[in-house]
Ligand binder design. Structure first.
Ligand SMILES: NC(=O)c1ccc[n+]([C@@H]2O[C@H](COP(=O)([O-])OP(=O)(O)OC[C@H]3O[C@@H](n4cnc5c(N)ncnc54)[C@H](O)[C@@H]3O)[C@@H](O)[C@H]2O)c1
Ligand SMILES: [Zn+2]
Length: 381
């Protein structure tokens, strides 16, 4: 532990460490050797990430990883690869390569690669260690933390999966320099969510750093952002710590972990009704505004909460209103099929103020009548 513990910032949860520091990819080999020493290290990534970051990662693993061999495979980018077919193809590849239990899988990429490679690791030989190297902001602060791994089926997302905690998570914020700006925004939506559900100070810092981060990806030549400085590492670490604190208390999602769904009950329905034209981060941005409005409407939160959420999201360039063509009924219908709601009433994780969630006595689920949901979904006028 000694060496990597000394580098940068970290969060500990469920027996493993999340390391955060600029240029940490240089140290990846050492961290893997300590946390999950193996005969074979199998790197799984996607073609887009590979083009920028694979050589660096494989180099570090080769020099410091302590394995007899490194094998490497890139899948095409995108959610469509998160399937049982791709899980089978990757598993067959490990078998063809004569990998045994002494294999460590390194998942290098966004949430798609993390969920897919993590599910391969969870099931191969009844489970081998894996190390998450998240390369999107969303994967850094959300998908790589908490041990949920899964693939999609044609019927729905994440329907086949497992809880499989990584041996370590290695976050190098400098890799975000190549991340397309829309994915930077999507990640900021989850960072803002963490502030709203647990920590007003975190929301403040997200409002400070977020817009500058977006500007730096929009106009890299004009907006100077210190990618190597500590500011971004600090924001990411704080966001990871918020999710980790929730996961530590409720690993298997029996109660508290539900607060991470803030913005997602309506947001996920909006994502579906848009036919996935809205990205997840955009849809949950809208969902957070509407659920904030709902909390105000039913008297759980004071007036002003919704506006604070809007200010933070707009600063990051995220949408805050429903697309004009989307009807309240279509969203309510999608919410029902999403199983988070039953006829006539729905369950929500709602804040009573920035940083404070309502309903601690009842497992943080607040029951809301459809009439109230309909009212906040109805465009004014
Ligand atoms: N397991 C969990 O708890 C959890 C939580 C939230 C989301 N998820 C899952 O995460 C997935 C979404 O993850 P995502 O938003 O990271 O999407 P993603 O993995 O598809 O990455 C987005 C795009 O960015 C590219 N990319 C990634 N890093 C890059 C970099 N540094 N530079 C340039 N391009 C880069 C990828 O190739 C991809 O095209 C969904 O499948 C979702 O279900 C899981
Ligand atoms: Zn989300």
């Amino acid at each position: 532990m000694a060496r990597s513990a000394a580098i940068g910032r970290h969060v500990d949860l469920l027996g493993y460490r999340v390391h955060v520091a600029p240029w940490l990819l240089d140290e990846l080999g050492r961290i893997v050797r300590e946390a999950a020493p193996a005969h074979t290290i199998a790197v799984i990534t996607d073609d887009d990430v590979a083009q920028y970051h694979a050589a660096h990662v494989v180099g570090s693993l080769r020099h410091f990883g302590g394995a007899h061999r490194i094998i490497y495979r890139a899948v095409p980018p995108g959610e469509r690869q998160k399937t049982r077919e791709q899980w089978a193809a990757l598993t067959d590849w490990l078998i063809d390569e004569h990998c045994g239990r002494d294999t460590t899988i390194v998942a290098l990429g966004g949430g798609v690669v993390g969920d897919l490679a993590g599910f391969v690791a969870a099931t191969f030989m009844r489970g081998v260690p894996f190390v998450q190297v998240p390369t999107t902001l969303l994967a850094m602060v959300d998908a790589s933390v908490g041990g949920k791994v899964a693939v999609d089926t044609p019927v729905g997302k994440n329907l086949v999966g497992a809880f499989h905690q990584p041996a370590a998570v290695v976050i190098d914020p400098t890799v975000l320099q190549t991340l397309p700006v829309e994915h930077v925004r999507a990640g900021l939506a989850e960072v803002i969510k963490h502030g709203v559900i647990r920590d007003a100070g975190h929301l403040e810092r997200a409002r400070d750093v977020g817009p500058r981060l977006v500007a730096a990806r929009l106009e890299p030549s004009q907006a100077a952002f210190d990618w190597h400085g500590d500011e971004l590492s600090a924001l990411i670490t704080e966001s990871v710590e918020i999710k980790a604190a929730v996961v530590r208390e409720d690993e298997r999602e029996r109660g508290l972990r539900g607060i991470l769904n803030f913005g997602h009950t309506i947001g996920h329905a909006v994502e579906i009704v848009s036919g996935f034209a809205l990205r997840h981060g955009e849809a949950i941005a809208i969902g957070m505004v509407l659920e904030g409005a709902l909390a105000e409407r039913i008297g759980i939160a004071d007036a002003g909460l919704r506006q604070e959420i809007i200010d933070a999201l707009e600063g990051a360039g995220l949408p805050v209103t429903l697309p004009g063509a989307m009807s309240a009924e279509s969203i309510l219908t999608a919410m029902r099929t999403d199983k988070k709601s039953r006829e006539g009433r729905a369950y929500f994780a709602l804040p009573s103020a920035v940083g404070v969630m309502a309903g601690a006595e009842t497992g943080f689920g607040v029951t809301v009548d459809d009439a109230d949901v309909r009212a906040v979904l109805q465009p004014p006028g």
